[in-house]
Design a protein around this ligand. Structure first.
Ligand SMILES: [Zn+2]
Ligand SMILES: [Zn+2]
Length: 339
């Protein structure tokens, strides 16, 4: 099969022929139709996170396709079903986290296109119990971004603990942020958006953001405090550490800051400010299988639609470079098969 293979950290992916995998017990073999490209794929390929993938490997955790064969013991999925191979490839199913519907925290979790080969290929295997089921009426090109970027922002907003009518700031209007705006609107929230690119802010407004601020021109902290008295929640999807430093400052008292973007590095938090203003800062990582089902249902109902740029597998290195430079609007999706 054709695949994009990472053979050396920090080097371009190599497009070539590799053996088509066989589904092991409990796994399905999927003929990939489309796969979105996530900023996490850049980190995987660059090897710049503390835990690195084993080389060589095939990245991609937004792969969507139809099941073409079943490994031993698979009963929950049939040949022909359309599924997605997500970031949470599988988990142990037995630990405290797995038993309490928090499988994303499982210490034995494996990650798609990171701990195992992913969707930048014509075929991919995945554990049947953890694949995302793609609802009827949602095409693979638009389903791809939902199974990572979509579920990540949907879950992030759920744990922001906002109520309808309250203000949420979405920091970063890229691949994650442009979906966060739409999920926030579905939840009945008022949305303000911070970015440093005018075209991304224009996209944000077209998707329902009532307030936007360009952080390279205006101070977003002052802007949010002046305009709305601070937000009830801030969801940080940006990949710059500056955005994280600004985030708590944009909150009103008692507000919650949810971190989902993953630049390497750290940012300072004022102890005095956090205590006196009773702020909550929390991390949120993708979503559980239940979150996935909900996030996909909103997309299938037409309430959330990724802005996509369709590319070919051969374009993957160009897409990665554009992600590195922040010049992608919405999500790039590789079209791997015609359907
Ligand atoms: Zn991702
Ligand atoms: Zn577990």
């Amino acid at each position: 099969m054709k695949a994009a293979l990472a053979t050396k950290f920090g080097k371009p992916l190599i497009i070539g022929e590799v053996p088509t995998p066989e589904p092991a017990e409990g796994e399905v073999l999927i003929r990939i139709e489309a796969c979105g490209v996530c900023h996490t794929d850049v980190h995987a390929v660059d090897g710049d996170w503390p835990v690195k993938p084993g080389l060589p490997f095939i990245p991609g955790h937004e792969g969507i396709g139809r099941v073409v064969s079943l490994g031993k013991g698979v009963k929950s999925i049939a040949v022909g079903d359309r599924v997605g191979v997500p970031w949470l490839l599988d988990a142990c199913g037995l630990c405290d986290y797995c038993l309490t519907s928090r499988e994303t925290l499982c210490g034995h979790a494996r990650y798609g296109g990171y701990s195992a080969n992913g969707g930048f290929a014509e075929f991919c295997t995945a554990p049947a119990a953890y694949v995302a089921r793609i609802p009827q009426g949602l095409d693979p090109l638009h389903a791809g971004p939902i199974i990572c970027a979509g579920v990540t922002t949907y879950k992030g907003l759920k744990v922001a603990d906002c109520h309808p009518g309250e203000w949420v700031v979405i920091s970063g209007a890229g691949g994650l942020g442009h979906l966060a705006i739409q999920y926030a609107r579905v939840m009945g929230l008022q949305v303000a958006v911070v970015d440093v690119a005018e075209d991304k802010l224009a996209l944000a407004r077209s998707l329902g953001a009532s307030l936007t601020v360009n952080a390279s021109v205006d101070d977003p902290v002052k802007f949010m405090q002046d305009m709305i008295g601070g937000a009830h929640a801030v969801l940080v999807t940006a990949v710059s550490t500056d955005a994280f430093s600004q985030a708590t400052g944009m909150l009103r008292r008692g507000g919650t800051c949810v971190l989902t973007g993953l630049p390497s590095g750290s940012f300072p938090i004022s102890i005095f400010d956090t205590v006196l203003r009773c702020l909550t800062v929390r991390g949120s990582l993708v979503g559980t299988r239940a979150d996935m089902r909900e996030a996909l249902a909103f997309a299938a109902a037409g309430k959330v639609r990724p802005a996509i740029e369709i590319m070919e597998l051969e374009d993957v290195n160009t897409v990665m470079d554009r992600l590195r430079h922040g010049t992608l609007k919405g999500r790039a999706v590789l079209r791997i098969a015609h359907y």
